[in-house]
Write a protein that binds this ligand. Structure first.
Ligand code: PHE
Length: 338
């Protein structure tokens, strides 16, 4: 009878403690069960009224329950203080709008390289690459630029050693391709080039795309046709262009392609040095000496070659006045080309 009452008190107490959500409730429960007039305390007080035979058993159970309820009380206290701590921390606000991660895009120079290569790809040109640290032989000698040739002065070469250089143009790739491959050849080669030069229109590292087409009966008209198609794709069908005689040791005849100044439309301005024209491509017919060096028969094949500066094309296309902008990694500049 008394034991039953005790068990009931125990069950109630444990359930109440486990459900308690705050310290105030815990305090009340402590008073209710373990306080001076608490339900468990009362049992001890009533022990004396019990028949002597029941006292030890009821006393023992009452003690057990007192211990158990005290333990429950302690763990409830700990649990509630942990919950309070967690609530004090800043909560995740699931109603806030998400923040989109910033995703990078291709550098404007890469975009222009892709566009140039894409145009020549469609014309059947294969895309190849070559080393940036190059032998003097490929960069100069094989391109009909012997040691002491005045053309070497034009190039502001970075020398690694007596016969190793940072390539000053992508033309050595022409030689490497022809050494490995018999005609016909139709290739474009994008890549970096290096010259010891730095101002508003020159950076020590810049990009070029080289082109080479070799076969039977390749003529200057092919060169004009292909480069005209290219310029029209790149700058629009309405752009005016001209082929102006020029000189390169590895082409004969040589020419440069000018487009009508995109800034002043031929009237003359700072960008075109008041000529009304902008040079965009160096080109010509492959020099017979170059064919001899790679073991091609200059009597059997002819070829056209061209090379263009990518930064220059990008500057004209996007209206950028200072070439150094491309390499300063200013995110606000680069973002314009996303
Ligand atoms: N390599 C030359 C330069 O860097 C460009 C060029 C390439 C000219 C191919 C003719 C033929 O200026």
């Amino acid at each position: 009878m008394m034991i039953d009452r005790l068990k009931k008190i125990e069950n109630e107490a444990v359930r109440a403690l486990q459900n308690a959500r705050d310290e105030e409730t815990l305090n009340q429960l402590k008073i209710k069960y373990l306080g001076r007039k608490g339900l468990i305390t009362n049992i001890f007080r009533e022990l004396g009224k019990l028949p002597a035979g029941q006292r030890p058993e009821v006393g023992r159970v009452a003690n057990e329950i007192k211990t158990l309820v005290s333990k429950e009380l302690n763990s409830a206290l700990k649990r509630i203080s942990r919950e309070k701590e967690r609530e004090a921390q800043p909560q995740l606000d699931i109603t806030l709008p998400g923040r989109r991660p910033v995703i990078g895009t291709l550098h404007p120079i890469s975009q222009v390289i892709d566009e140039v290569c894409g145009i020549f790809s469609e014309l059947g040109f294969e895309i190849v690459e070559g080393p940036e640290v190059e032998l003097d032989y490929y960069n100069f000698e094989a391109l009909n630029i012997p040691k002491e040739h005045p053309a070497r002065d034009m190039q502001d070469t970075f020398y690694i050693s007596d016969n190793v250089v940072l390539r000053t143009h992508t033309s050595p790739i022409q030689i490497r391709v022809m050494e490995k491959q018999q005609p016909p050849v139709r290739m474009v080669a994008p890549g970096k080039a290096y010259r010891c030069d730095s101002d508003i229109s020159h950076t020590p590292m810049f990009h070029q795309v080289e082109g080479l087409m070799v076969g039977e009966d390749i003529s200057f008209s092919h060169l004009k046709g292909i480069l005209t198609i290219f310029v029209h794709h790149m700058f629009g069908e309405d752009i005016l262009l001209r082929f102006r005689p020029s000189f390169f040791p590895f082409t004969e005849p040589s020419a440069e392609v000018d487009i009508l100044c995109v800034i002043c439309h031929g009237r003359g301005c700072r960008v075109c040095s008041h000529t009304g024209w902008l040079e965009v491509i160096g080109c010509g017919m492959v020099h017979p000496e170059v064919f001899r060096v790679v073991g091609y028969d200059p009597e059997a094949v002819t070829g056209l070659a061209f090379g263009m500066g990518i930064e220059r094309i990008a500057m004209l296309k996007f209206g950028i006045e200072d070439i150094r902008m491309f390499f300063q990694n200013n995110i606000r500049f680069l973002k314009q080309f996303f």
